[in-house]
Design a protein around this ligand. Structure first.
Ligand SMILES: Cc1cc2nc3c(=O)[nH]c(=O)nc-3n(C[C@H](O)[C@H](O)[C@H](O)COP(=O)(O)OP(=O)(O)OC[C@H]3O[C@@H](n4cnc5c(N)ncnc54)[C@H](O)[C@@H]3O)c2cc1C
Length: 527
């Protein structure tokens, strides 16, 4: 049911999905297949926004037979994930991915030379277009250019909808529903990571306002190499890269190590250059097909990257190919708030990735699987809730200030980016610097939450800034609490893995950020 009054478009549905990327579309499809009516709201245009739309995502794709193939892969991943991931969740994800991808009738899968259909690696732009088509065919009502700003909560504490703005049509939207799925992706704190400009952690903020908590937020320091001046972060193409310092000396990249650490160390000293002359011919032939955008900047600059050197930089990915996100409390991707579900990068990927990035195959498989589990769970929850009466809007920062004052949002974002993207702070972490970061961001939060008020288009920028600031605070607090090195979280002052931190770090809170690790009681970090 829909109603348009004054400047408000008001809709009623069983399930609302916020975010129309990879996870959101799979979630919407699953909820529809479970019999729910579904509205999906995306900040951009569903089918072109989100980080998959510019990528060439590969999936974690392992046949069920012989059975030991999956068992071996899971055991290997459990080891490389430093024990934070879970064999059961990995097995479910592999099975769900295997059974679901071939059902995507709207995508034209490639075939290899022997005629076998290729499901593992997909062409991102076409994949997203196919997912939108699937949602439309199933009768999902899609609201494009409609960012969600805040959740609606029923008197019993369950989540019963959300509201936001209509950027192109003008005015506002509100959906009253039985359950909400957050599929708003991760955030790279607006680093120049291709496809991530709409991913500003909005879902994390909305969920935290409802009281949801997070897991694995310390793992936010994944960085991707790109040609300087370009946003083209296609990591596959750099597997065969040779890096040089300003004097033309080759920068040694030890085998098996995350390349970002030696590169970041070199970048802190000066410029870094690269060429791709070691790339095998068959890979060169595949690059334009798998990553059609990758060569574009080079063509524009008149550079042959396979023969000539070019300058490179590292773009931070925050929680995108980091790990942290909303903590999952049940098999259907429930969050800690009833009626609120999380999928894809909005959810923690610790369950499947552990302490190292799941980018490269696991994250896409997770987005597809968690989306469907959340869709099924939300549909079931919605069927148990009779009322579709509007809930109470619970957004705070940027919406309900104590007293409104002009806030320098650019300045606030620059501070967040300074703490979350700078190599010396986020790659080479140290306890004293993290403590300083938590204090700085806590002080900034006090100002933003008490005084920022967004109006008109500015309302979105204000909420986005608050969301990135809040995300940075959970991340820094969790990194400080994980008083060891594990996976991608490397502490210069604590270089060893410590068995006391073998469990997850859970975090949450807005005015007072808290963390809770296996070895500590819940402790407040806000000063
Ligand atoms: C360069 C790159 C390459 C990658 N390659 C791989 C790979 O090969 N294999 C792999 O497993 N993983 C890969 N990944 C990771 C994978 O792409 C992600 O895990 C996956 O896209 C996550 O899907 P998602 O739907 O959660 O997020 P996204 O696809 O980012 O979608 C999030 C959506 O939410 C919308 N949104 C945000 N805020 C709001 C709001 N307030 N209201 C409404 N909508 C909102 C956004 O507009 C966007 O459409 C890669 C990531 C990157 C960055």
């Amino acid at each position: 049911m829909s109603r348009c009054q004054d400047d408000l478009l008001e809709l009623t549905a069983d399930v609302l999905v916020i975010g129309g990327g990879l996870a959101g579309n799979w979630a919407a499809a699953a909820a529809r297949r479970a019999g729910a009516s579904v509205v999906l709201a995306d900040k951009g245009y569903c089918g072109t926004s989100g980080v998959t739309a510019t990528a060439g995502p590969g999936h974690w794709w392992i046949p069920p037979d012989p059975a030991d193939l999956r068992e071996t892969a899971i055991a290997a991943r459990r080891k490389s994930g430093f024990g934070l991931n879970d064999a059961g969740w990995m097995a479910r994800t592999l099975a769900k991915t295997w059974e679901s991808l071939p059902t995507l009738e709207t995508y034209k899968f490639s075939k290899d030379e022997k005629g076998a259909t290729q499901y593992r690696a997909l062409r991102g732009p076409e994949y997203m277009r196919a997912l939108r088509q699937q949602s439309e065919n199933l009768g999902v009502e899609i609201l494009d250019h409609c960012p969600g700003l805040e959740l609606l909560q029923r008197a019993d504490g369950t989540i019963g909808g959300a509201q936001g703005i209509r950027r192109q049509a003008g005015g506002r939207w509100r959906v009253n529903c039985g359950a909400v799925i957050l599929a708003t992706g991760g955030t790279s704190f607006l680093s120049r990571l291709l496809g991530s400009h709409t991913n500003t952690g909005d879902g994390y903020l909305m969920a935290a306002e409802a009281g949801a908590d997070f897991s694995g937020m310390e793992f936010t320091n994944y960085y991707t190499v790109a040609a300087k001046g370009s946003t083209m972060t296609r990591s596959m193409s750099y597997v065969f890269a040779t890096y040089y310092d300003e004097d033309g000396e080759v920068i040694p990249i030890p085998a098996g190590l995350d390349t970002s650490r030696p590169l970041a160390a070199a970048l802190l000293k000066g410029r870094v250059y690269c060429d791709l002359h070691k790339t095998p011919e068959d890979i060169r032939a595949k690059v334009p097909i798998i990553s059609p955008n990758f060569l574009l900047p080079f063509h524009r600059w008149g550079i042959d990257p396979y023969r000539q050197r070019f300058e490179v930089t590292l773009h931070g990915e925050g929680t995108i190919r980091g790990i942290g996100g909303l903590r999952i409390t049940g098999d259907n991707c429930e969050t800690s708030v009833p009626g609120l579900y999380a999928a894809g990068d909005a959810a923690t990927r610790e369950l499947v990735a552990g302490a190292i990035s799941g980018g490269g195959n696991i994250n896409s498989a997770w987005a597809l699987s968690s989306g469907q589990w959340a869709g099924e769970g939300a549909a079931r929850f919605a069927s148990s809730v009779r009322s579709r009466a509007p809930g109470r809007p619970i957004g705070q920062a940027g919406l309900q200030p104590d007293s409104a004052h002009t806030i320098d949002l650019r300045g606030a974002l620059a501070i967040v980016q300074g703490e979350m993207l700078a190599y010396d702070r986020n790659i080479f972490r140290r306890g004293d610097r993290l403590l300083r970061t938590t204090r700085l961001l806590d002080d900034l939060w006090k100002v933003v939450s008490a005084h920022a008020l967004g109006e008109g288009e500015g309302i979105l920028r204000t909420r986005e800034t608050a969301a990135m600031l809040a995300t940075a605070r959970w991340s820094a607090a969790s990194a400080l609490a994980r008083d060891e090195s594990r996976g991608m979280h490397r502490r210069e002052d604590k270089p060893e893995t410590d068995p006391r931190f073998a469990g997850s770090i859970v975090s949450g809170g807005l005015d007072a950020v808290w963390v809770n690790s296996a070895s500590s009681q819940k402790m407040e970090l806000a000063s």
